[in-house]
Design a protein around this ligand. Structure first.
Ligand code: ADP
Ligand code: MG
Length: 234
């Protein structure tokens, strides 16, 4: 049996504090948190084989611990329907990232399943010097960026906190379902918040955690992007 890799130890060994999406998701998956797991390919052929193994449509993303926001450098390609689309996106992504972030070290391009659409929510952990880990929750996109419609709780959350944090945001009706639109699975969402809280509590060297976004649907929740930042050592 090959030893399981430990993304935190790997990052420390490299002197890095930013874990890649693939590493971050591995940690979260091990903690039972629902994520789209991603495998890293280093050639277009490998990406096609990985995509065929998981089933189309798939998503390709750049893997680099020097790049925190992948879309900004052309490092995300969604909804690829077949092998040709994967091959084309693989080459285009290499070129675009090389020109947008010429100094970044590229580990490869990850392949993951394309999730079905739903309401995008954001779950974040930040470390407060006084209170320690604090969770932020809100809806994705303009709700967080423009309207600042977010709620906070100190970690660890209790069941009641998870239920309250979800209902505290002004945009809660969107999650409940409005105008004939199906709502989100609130039980699954609250469970995920409690799991993320437990993860942050158990990994105090995690200084920041972003699940942005988690896709919330009537039939469950799934994190499609994840970013873990470790506290600097010493
Ligand atoms: P960034 O590093 O730019 O935040 P993301 O991984 O969040 O990159 O991807 C950008 C957007 O693409 C997400 O906000 C989400 O809307 C969509 N997306 C990413 N991964 C998936 C996926 N596996 N399935 C469906 N949509 C996805
Ligand atoms: Mg993201």
């Amino acid at each position: 049996m090959t030893p399981l890799s430990d993304p935190i130890a790997d990052a420390r060994a490299d002197g890095r504090t930013l874990l890649t999406e693939v590493e971050s998701k591995q940690l979260l998956h091990d903690a039972g948190i629902p994520v789209t797991q991603a495998t890293t390919a280093t050639t277009a052929d490998e990406a096609v084989v990985a995509a065929e193994g998981m089933g189309f449509p798939v998503v390709l993303k750049i893997v680099s611990s020097d790049i925190a926001h992948k879309s900004d450098v052309g490092g995300v390609a969604l909804d690829l329907a077949d092998g040709d689309a994967v091959r084309e996106a693989y080459d285009a992504m290499q070129a675009s990232v090389k020109s947008a972030a010429p100094k970044a070290t590229i580990d490869g391009i990850s392949v993951q399943q394309m999730a079905q659409s739903g309401t995008e929510v954001i779950v974040g952990i930040a470390t407060d010097p006084q209170f320690g880990p604090v969770m932020m929750f809100g809806l994705g996109g303009i709700f967080v960026e423009v309207l600042k419609d977010v709620a906070f709780r100190i970690v660890p959350l209790e069941d009641r906190d998870a239920s309250q944090i979800v209902r505290e945001i002004r945009s809660f009706p969107v999650l409940e379902g409005v105008r004939g639109q199906a709502g989100a699975d609130l039980d699954a969402l609250e469970k995920l918040l409690l799991q993320v809280s437990a993860f942050a509590w158990d990994h105090q060297e995690v200084a920041e955690l972003d699940l942005n976004p988690v896709i919330a649907r009537p039939d469950g929740v799934l994190a499609v992007d994840a970013r873990v930042v470790l506290a600097s050592e010493g």
